[in-house]
Ligand binder design. Structure first.
Ligand code: CA
Length: 157
């Protein structure tokens, strides 16, 4: 897994590691770390073998009523598969996991999500993805976090 930038905290350098989008918790997530809202920043998931998916789910902000509006929430996101196929999706400013329905089954080893636009924060100019899911035929892939450092392993739906 990789990202264009990763916010860190002195006490916990992995606090905002990209892998936290697969830990099932809405109070952990990847944060970009550039000045401003992070437009153009991206999170990329690389799998050890091509993954087929027809839907993604994304939590485009911190899913906690105290912090949702204090950070940016993603309004427009682009999906780039294997550096080629690129699609853009609009998300709503609602504190829920949201569905990205793909127009067809896509297959790829690397899936990059790029922040294109955000709903503005009230306090911190940071943008996060707290959860991410890959789906095929209404079944979600189970991602094994133990192997993320050398490529993600998935169990087939
Ligand atoms: Ca998480």
């Amino acid at each position: 897994m990789s990202a264009s930038s990763i916010l860190t905290e002195p006490a916990n350098l992995n606090a905002y590691h990209p892998a936290t989008v697969f830990d099932g918790r809405a109070d952990t997530g990847w944060f970009e770390a550039v000045a401003g809202p992070g437009l153009g920043q991206w999170l990329e998931v690389g799998f050890t073998e091509p993954l087929r998916a027809d839907r993604l789910t994304i939590s485009p902000g911190w899913l906690d009523a105290r912090y949702w509006q204090q950070n940016n929430r993603i309004r427009t996101v682009s999906l780039i598969v294997d550096g080629g196929t690129s699609m853009t999706f609009q998300l709503t400013d609602t504190m829920t996991s949201q569905t990205i329905q793909l127009p067809r089954v896509l297959t790829g080893r690397t899936w990059r999500l790029r922040i294109d636009a955000v709903y503005p924060n009230t306090r911190w100019d940071d943008t996060t993805i707290t959860e991410l899911g890959f789906w095929l035929n209404n079944v979600q892939y189970q991602i094994d976090l133990g192997t993320f450092a050398c490529g993600l392993q998935v169990r087939r739906p």
